[in-house]
Ligand binder design. Structure first.
Ligand SMILES: Nc1ncnc2c1ncn2[C@@H]1O[C@H](COP(=O)(O)OP(=O)(O)OP(=O)(O)O)[C@@H](O)[C@H]1O
Length: 366
């Protein structure tokens, strides 16, 4: 069991409020991702959870027990950092074994030469070696145990950092942008490996990223943070379909959601949102029709062909640029072509002047 209840956490550095009363309930065994733009306070919240930083206000409960006064080592959490934080002069084996040695050996037993002469050290070391080997096998790094971090690839270093967290059997894994130093291909592979690891271990993962593809593909639920607040927490699909406000809609989805001022749409009244401020629609919710027959009219400015999908960029007359997804089998379009745009009314998101999403009922009421 490891549920976490974060209640009204506040944190400021000098005059700058970094966390503004963040509350979040993380369920036992779930993969929860904190996503948000750079500087929104994700890492700070994670460090407070780990006990590496103290909050100014609010409290944290682990399995219903307040842990505010507990030191990092007493919290049963393991943190994996973006930089991996491996010791360069230690072998992979020693890096992974480190937390176990710190836990199980006394200061005298840890001494380089003298320690080995003490009888208990040998049996403790044997047990530690067994556990390190087991974790290394699980992560496919067992052939690398005698190497130093400098002799490893980025992905291998990442696995060593995971291994060092795993040997402690923590109740919670905290991961701070663990894949951001890897190249694109390896990132995709490690994404799958971390998800598989989570499934196998069945413990709670709290994962920080600013990469929405990671958040969408890995998480049970995603908490969207902007400017020190959690704006919404929901499963990825729900965030994509039902964002609570425009900032969430803009952060989730690639290519980004199209946002237009309602004023830009001559036919707005027919959709029943004439009084709304802005509308949003995903690239797949719009279609291209013959010029002169759409609810929007514009000119193709760019065509991006990804093989399975084609994204057509269209400059809407006087209202900005939108992106429409197209079937690769549809007729070719080229920059300069005049086109019309039709929208699926059920897929249009409507936002008020504050950026809050209006529900179907609120839309009809205005
Ligand atoms: N020790 C510190 N002293 C002063 N300001 C800090 C400190 N740590 C973080 N900050 C500031 O607090 C804000 C939030 O930082 P944090 O690292 O939590 O953001 P983040 O969302 O994780 O961003 P990133 O994705 O860039 O890592 C930033 O503006 C940062 O400059």
């Amino acid at each position: 069991m490891a549920s976490v209840n974060i209640r009204q956490i506040g944190k400021a550095y000098g005059e700058t409020a970094v966390l503004k009363g963040v509350s979040l309930d993380i369920r036992d065994g779930e993969f929860l991702t904190l996503i948000g733009p750079s500087g929104c306070g994700k890492s700070t919240l994670l460090r407070i959870l780990a006990g590496l930083e103290a909050q100014d206000s609010g409290s944290i409960e682990l399995d219903g027990e307040n842990i505010d006064a507990r030191r990092p080592s007493g919290r049963d959490v393991a943190m994996v950092f973006q930089s991996y934080a491996l010791y360069p002069h230690f072998t992979v084996f020693d890096n992974i074994a480190l937390p176990l040695r710190m836990q199980r050996l006394s200061r005298i037993q840890r001494l380089p030469v003298l320690g080995y002469l003490l009888p208990a050290r040998k049996s403790i070391e044997r047990a530690i070696a067994g556990e390190v080997n087991q974790v290394a096998k699980m992560l496919n790094i067992d052939p690398l145990l005698q190497r130093k971090p400098g002799q490893l690839s980025g992905g291998q270093r990442q696995r060593v950092a995971l291994g060092r967290a795993m040997v402690r059997h923590p109740k919670i894994f905290l991961m701070d942008e663990p894949l951001s130093n890897l190249d694109a291909k390896l990132r995709v592979q490690m994404r799958a490996e971390i998800v598989a690891l989570h499934r196998r271990l069945g413990v709670t993962f709290v994962y920080v990223t600013h990469d929405q593809a990671e958040a969408m593909t890995m998480s049970d639920r995603v908490a969207v943070m902007v400017g020190g607040d959690v704006l919404q927490i929901a499963p990825p699909e729900e965030l994509y379909r039902n964002p609570a406000e425009i900032r969430v809609a803009e952060l989730i989805g690639s290519p980004k959601i199209n946002i237009l001022a309602v004023d830009a749409m001559p036919g707005a009244a027919r959709y029943g949102f004439a009084c709304a401020h802005r509308i949003g629609f995903r690239p797949e919710s719009a279609s291209i029709v013959t010029s002169g027959t759409g609810v929007l009219e514009g000119v193709v400015s760019n065509v991006e062909n990804f093989g399975a999908d084609i994204f057509i960029h269209v400059d809407i007359n006087g209202a900005g640029r939108i992106i429409v997804r197209r079937d690769p089998h549809s007729p070719r379009l080229s920059p300069g072509n005049a086109v019309g745009i039709m929208l699926d009314p059920r897929q249009i998101l409507v936002f008020d002047t504050d950026g809050k999403r209006l529900t179907e009922k609120e839309r009809i009421a205005v």
